[in-house]
Write a protein that binds this ligand. Structure first.
Ligand SMILES: Cc1ncc(COP(=O)(O)OP(=O)(O)O)c(N)n1
Ligand SMILES: Cc1ncsc1CCOP(=O)(O)O
Ligand SMILES: [Mg+2]
Length: 206
């Protein structure tokens, strides 16, 4: 059984009653954490979404992370934050978050990943592994990068970008600790529960 788990990121925009869809997704199978990622929302909208969604995840023992903003994550009681390379000062974020989770985007860069590890990131994220419609991406990550990280480092790594049940097996076999997905779950033709089940099955069968 591979030691790899699903990391679920919210869709770019939340529909009314999204908390019900989130509950369906989480109740369908194994999800290690949920990241709230609302790139077009203001502070109040983000705070309202945290208030609605965080109890859905935390009551199920699923970690709730906020994208882009460590200080807000800490203030609102999230389990941690995910920061990109241009999302503020990573060392300050590490301090602000105390023992809460800090994840850092490292694109396809060994150097970024080692720097993130040195400053105390709880995980590093590599991507994009495949073409994705969720975000415009400039970097392409490879299976070899995952293999190298797994061989050299202890810090967990997340693979992201266009990952689906159909294409994820090589990433699991290369040693990804988590597969982060948006479309594979939220755009699944039979609903998010089916998306989680399909990802869980693909990970288990890799
Ligand atoms: C798990 C995970 N990995 C990578 C990203 C991308 O972060 P970033 O590069 O800051 O881009 P945005 O998501 O902010 O558009 C992520 N969010 N989560
Ligand atoms: C946030 C992010 N960062 C790199 S690719 C990506 C989008 C992932 O979404 P999907 O799983 O739909 O490709
Ligand atoms: Mg970001």
């Amino acid at each position: 059984m591979p030691d790899c788990r699903l990391y679920l990121i919210t869709p770019p925009r939340l529909t009314d009653g999204f908390e019900t869809l989130l509950a369906q997704a989480l109740d369908a199978g194994d999800v290690a954490c949920v990241q709230l990622r609302l790139k077009d929302a203001g502070r109040d909208e983000v705070a309202r979404a945290v208030e609605k969604l965080m109890p859905v995840t935390q009551s199920r023992g699923v970690a709730f992370l906020l994208n882009d903003d460590a200080e807000t994550a800490k203030r609102l009681g999230c389990d941690g934050a995910h920061l990109g390379q241009t999302d503020g000062d990573h060392e300050a974020a590490r301090k602000a978050l105390d023992s809460h989770i800090l994840g850092i985007t490292c694109h396809s860069s060994r150097h970024m990943a080692m720097t993130a590890g040195e400053l105390g990131a709880d995980y590093v994220a590599f991507g994009a592994f495949f073409p994705t419609e969720t975000k415009q991406t400039e970097h392409v990550a490879t299976v070899e990068l995952l293999e190298w990280w797994r061989e050299m480092m202890e810090i967990p790594c997340v693979a992201i970008g266009g990952i689906t049940a159909a294409n994820c097996a090589p990433l699991v076999r290369a040693g990804a600790d988590f597969l982060a997905v948006v479309g594979a779950v939220w755009n699944h033709q039979d609903g998010p529960g089916a998306g989680v089940k399909a990802m869980n099955a693909a990970i288990a069968g890799a």
